[in-house]
Design a protein around this ligand. Structure first.
Ligand SMILES: NC(=O)c1ccc[n+]([C@@H]2O[C@H](COP(=O)([O-])OP(=O)(O)OC[C@H]3O[C@@H](n4cnc5c(N)ncnc54)[C@H](OP(=O)(O)O)[C@@H]3O)[C@@H](O)[C@H]2O)c1
Length: 287
């Protein structure tokens, strides 16, 4: 049975990864009290990385650990570099098996998305730059890799810091007014769909660069309204605004999103509909 080591396994994507029929080693920088059967792994600690990889000898690494707070990366670029680039290199320097790196549409400038794998990259914020540098390290240091770019990864019910959708539900459930931009466009990826495609890539022993996302490019305001409607929350609490008005620390690529034709052609991937994903997520949390 293949042994798969997951970094950042208690983030929103890691927590959704099911991966049946594999021997899974879940690792994270900090473990909670009820997680003593998982492993501590701070990817910025090269000695710890070396010792764990030497001991466990995984066949595959799914590398999810990252500094994902886009404005946080802008305010603290050294930390972003340390985690997103050097952390990735620490793993690659001590590993020769299949390396799966989850990257982002923020490697593009958002001038004319959505993008294919062949389009030119040009990140406009620290997060995007460090994810792109991480990609370059993967290409340089591994002979057996997949770079899977995805966008607006979301999950509902896990209360993860990185989940926009969770935040929308929490705010509206508390009857709080929220301001959401109408000019940032992507095709959001539900963690469950993303987990399924990662499993497919492992099963097919895939190699190379792939783009993942849902079937339709929507703006962030419409996405939030869709969530409000499915969850029967008050969408009039959502105020449409522009990115300029939001005045975030990091510049955002506006017309982004990822074209998934290569995944469709190579693996029969069918991009999911965001509305159906939200309904399925709601159904899951009600079970
Ligand atoms: N979220 C998105 O919209 C999005 C879009 C495209 C691509 N991605 C990529 O998808 C991957 C998974 O994202 P996600 O949404 O699941 O993010 P997440 O919830 O922020 O998960 C990342 C995990 O990495 C952990 N981590 C941070 N520093 C670490 C270190 N030094 N050593 C080990 N673990 C560390 C974090 O722990 P703490 O929480 O304790 O910091 C967190 O549990 C990331 O590589 C991200 O760049 C995400």
């Amino acid at each position: 049975m293949k042994k798969i080591l997951i970094t950042g396994a208690f983030g929103q994507l890691g927590a959704s990864l099911q991966l049946n029929n594999y021997n899974i080693i879940r690792t994270n920088i900090i473990l909670q009290d009820d997680q003593e059967h998982f492993k501590v792994l701070d990817i910025t600690n090269e000695e710890q990385v070396n010792a764990l990889l030497e001991k466990e000898k995984p066949d595959v690494i799914i590398h999810l650990a990252a500094m994902t707070n886009v404005d946080g990366c802008e305010r603290n670029p050294n930390q972003a570099q340390l985690i997103n680039v050097l952390g990735t290199e620490n793993l690659l320097n001590h590993f020769t098996g299949k390396f799966i790196f989850v990257s982002s549409d923020y490697v593009f400038d958002g001038e004319d998305g959505p993008y294919t794998e062949d389009d030119d990259v040009n990140p406009i914020n620290v997060y995007g730059k460090t994810k792109l540098e991480g990609e370059a390290s993967v290409r340089k240091l591994s002979n057996d890799w997949v770079i899977l770019r995805t966008n607006i990864v979301w999950n509902i019910g896990g209360n993860f810091k990185a989940s926009f959708a969770d935040w929308v539900v929490d705010e509206l459930q508390s009857n709080r007014h929220i301001r959401i931009v109408t000019d940032q466009w992507n095709n959001p990826a539900w963690t469950v769909d993303l987990g399924n495609i990662i499993e497919t890539l492992i099963q097919h022993d895939a190699n190379g660069l792939y783009h993942h996302g849902s079937s339709r490019i929507i703006n962030r305001y419409d996405f939030a309204c869709m969530i409000a409607n499915v969850y029967e929350l008050n969408s009039s609490l959502i105020e449409p605004i522009t990115t300029k008005e939001l005045n975030q620390s990091a510049q955002r690529p506006l017309k982004c999103g990822l074209i998934t034709k290569k995944l469709e052609n190579d693996f029969n991937f069918t991009p999911s509909k965001t509305i159906s994903d939200i309904k399925a997520a709601k159904y899951q949390t009600e079970l």
